[in-house]
Design a protein around this ligand. Sequence first.
Ligand code: ADP
Ligand code: MG
Length: 242
Amino acid sequence: MSVLELRGIMKAFGENVVLRGVDLAVDEHRVVALIGGSGSGKSTLLRCASLLETVDDGQVLLDGEDVTDPRVDADRVRRRMGVVFQAYNLFPHLSVLDNVTLAPTAVHGRPRAEAVEEARGLLGRIGLADKALEYPDRLSGGQQQRVAIVRALAVRPRVLLLDEVTSALDPELVGEVLALVREVAGQGMTIVMATHEMGFARQVADTVAFLDGGVLLESGPPGQVLGDPEHPRTRQFLARVI
Ligand code: ADP
Ligand code: MG
């Protein structure tokens, strides 16, 4: 059984049909890289998967449970997913430490001392132990994104959804964030990431899925989709970005 399965996801904003029946299954410990041009629907798909948007049709299954069923408590489901966006993920009025401990304590009800200890451990692992009491605006963009990823992990999610987490960063800061994603993937986290980093997708993803105009045109191992794509639209896209 897949950790996350999207079945026939349809989504429109008014007249603008953005997702036209997307199917995607993500197995445990796997990394799926979602690629596609600007406006192809990557962010919308991740927002639908994490129940930040309602779907017009189709289902999102988390560990086999249809979480798009209106009887399901969406808040309970969101707690089992970690989501990180392009930028501005952290609460500016909370210290780094409080950012990381907020959800584990306030949402998951874990004792503060335990959450703090774990948060300090996570911050230490990304070399930011000394920043625990700083506010986010004192950190570089790369440091902020690494804290955002660590914060998402602090609730021990079933799946981590990353939406172009490096695309707002200065080029010299991209590497440190990708290194953390790589490490998290290596530890077995199930990840879906929208990315423009094709080299990274090739190295880290188990599956690359190409979205074009709200249709998942092809998906498969990185070597195949990035190296020898079947679809002319995929070839066109790759010729532009690589
Ligand atoms: P991508 O992440 O691949 O660049 P998006 O999912 O952000 O694509 O956008 C796909 C389309 O959906 C675009 O045409 C965008 O304008 C539209 N869209 C996304 N979010 C909204 C929204 N909240 N309201 C209206 N239109 C939206
Ligand atoms: Mg996007």
